[in-house]
Design a protein around this ligand. Sequence first.
Ligand SMILES: [Zn+2]
Length: 218
Amino acid sequence: MKYALLFTLIIIMLLALFTCPEKSMIATDHYRVVRVVDGDTFIASIDGEDVRVRLIGVDTPESVHPNKDVEYFGVEASDFLKNMLKDERVFFKYDQNNSATNHKDRYNRMLAYAYRASDSLFVNAEIIRQGYGHAYTNFPFTFLEDFLKLERDARMQQRGLWADGELPKAVSDSLVWFNPGSKKYHRESCRHTTAKSLSMPLEEALQKGFEPCKVCKP
Ligand SMILES: [Zn+2]
């Protein structure tokens, strides 16, 4: 009888150990990357199920450049994501803008921000920052402004798919205004632009690491 009680206690303890909620939360926090589909989509294993993940706010070349180089850049973008996620695990964050559709797009893909588990690299942003995709602004999302800025910088630095490309004329020719001692640049019409302000090409301002003014949003 004594042994039966001890045996029961051991069973209960073992059960508690294997079903500990804290433990299972840690175990399901990071997900294995099964396969990269293209530059902005990959498959992750979530609770034993292969889930197609569409990265929010980024679009890779195919739809950007409807010309002969499309396939080349498409492969580049796909390889870029493959290298970034090779043998890696990721964790996800969601955008409240997609809560109405339960974070799914019309192709039933999961809409998410992905972060590489090993170093918390923000995957969506990194694709744009390195010039392997552009900010996808057809739908609202939290990081829209940030992603647009990353794209602008990538274009100016001619990174990735923007390499060897001609800079958009309107951008390369346009002037911005700055005030001596400040690292912000403005539109001519901004209230911070005065008679003492100086101008330079936008391209130059970006190369010098100037930041766009939050008031006039140049
Ligand atoms: Zn301004």
